[in-house]
Design a protein around this ligand. Structure first.
Ligand code: NAD
Length: 339
């Protein structure tokens, strides 16, 4: 079976993709500097998969380390998650974001080229579409950036397009995620934000656990069914399945693709609060406050291209997302993993 390198494989989406790849029969090697991952993630991955985990602790900007990984393993393809990801923080630290996200990709691509590994899946984001009224968003929507973070994702995509155009031996999968949420069904891995979360689901999770007192809903006067913002939430296990399909397609066909990974269905803030309240068994308190700068009414994916090109379809519901998130943050292990 093919061997895949996951940069950032100890992080939120990377760890779920690790499990998906191992379950699909791939050999997987993780490279992560653990700047945004807990040290015990590899042990948790071993517990879920029942197999030893190969981890290199180090930086994707460390070319010598990358050369060593490619020399020690016959890698068939790379899934590149390692990046800084906080949109707000990127406006304060643009150089760090460009250095890690663009510099990291360039270092990785050079090392891959030298090792003759030319299959890569790139973590991109719906943020490359900017603020748009066109909903659901198709992949050929123009790209524009409103933050240094979005700039790094667009620059990554453009760089990969140049590499593919110049050398047909390369095959690239660009995956534009919408709003990944939820956790693995084992409740052993999930999202673990160190700081005050900016996104709705991790914030709700902290209200549910009592770490934060109340939720703030930014605006209820949008042109949506209940007036609150509508987003396309996708279960992180569905997202992981999308990566397994993407790397498999690159290895099998050698054809590049750029697709949205979303459900195509929007849920409002109040829908999510209701579903989470149901999952955790109590009505979560919230206040309606004014709109937040830069928020748009609706952001949803056109999901058909991922279905047609990769055979990808998100299977899990908003209820699954909230239940798995609650099980993770409240520490409920699934029955088969209980000691
Ligand atoms: N979570 C989202 O909502 C979302 C949405 C769209 C795109 N993305 C992208 O998906 C990818 C994964 O996101 P995530 O939510 O799992 O984030 P995450 O922070 O949980 O995972 C990123 C991982 O990369 C590691 N890392 C960071 N810098 C590194 C470096 N220089 N060298 C080696 N490892 C490094 C971190 O320790 C972490 O384990 C990122 O590229 C992110 O931009 C995330």
């Amino acid at each position: 079976m093919a061997k895949i390198l996951l940069t950032g494989g100890a992080g939120y989406i990377g760890s779920h993709t690790y499990v998906g790849l191992v379950e699909a029969g791939y050999d997987v090697v993780i490279l992560d500097n653990f700047s945004n991952a807990k040290a015990d993630v590899p042990a948790r991955l071993e517990r879920i998969t029942g197999q030893p985990v190969t981890v290199y602790r180090g930086d994707v900007l460390d070319r010598a380390l990358l050369d060593r990984v490619f020399a020690e393993h016959r890698i068939d393809g790379v899934v590149h998650f390692a990046a800084l990801k906080a949109v707000g923080e990127s406006t304060q630290r643009p150089l760090d974001y460009i250095h890690t996200n663009v510099g990291g990709l360039l270092t990785l691509l050079s090392a891959m080229d030298a090792a003759g590994v030319r299959r890569i899946v790139f973590s991109s984001s719906a943020t490359v579409y900017g603020e748009t009224d066109i909903q659901p968003i198709p992949e050929d929507h123009p790209r524009t950036y409103t933050s240094p973070y979005a700039y790094t994702k667009i620059t990554g995509e453009l760089t990969l397009e140049q590499v593919v155009a110049a050398d047909p031996r390369w095959a690239v999968g660009v995956l534009r995620y919408f709003n990944p949420v939820g956790a693995h069904k084992s409740a052993l891995i999930g999202e673990d934000p160190a700081d005050l979360p900016n996104n709705l689901m991790p914030y709700i999770a902290k209200v549910a656990t009592g770490d934060l007192p109340r939720l703030r809903v930014f605006g209820d006067d949008y042109d949506t069914p209940d007036g609150t913002g509508v987003r396309d939430y996708i279960h992180v296990e569905d997202l992981a399945d999308g990566h397994v399909l993407s790397i498999a397609a690159l290895i099998e066909t050698g054809e590049s693709h750029a697709v949205n990974l979303g459900t195509g269905k929007g849920s409002s803030v109040l829908d999510v609060i209701r579903a989470y309240s149901e999952a955790c068994g109590r009505d979560l308190p919230y206040d309606i406050v004014g709109r937040r700068d830069g928020d748009v009414a609706v952001l949803t994916a056109r999901p058909e291209k991922a279905r047609d090109v990769l055979g990808f379809e998100a299977k899990r519901s908003l209820e699954d997302m909230c239940r798995s998130s609650w099980a993770w943050v409240s520490g409920q292990l699934s029955n088969d993993l209980k000691p």
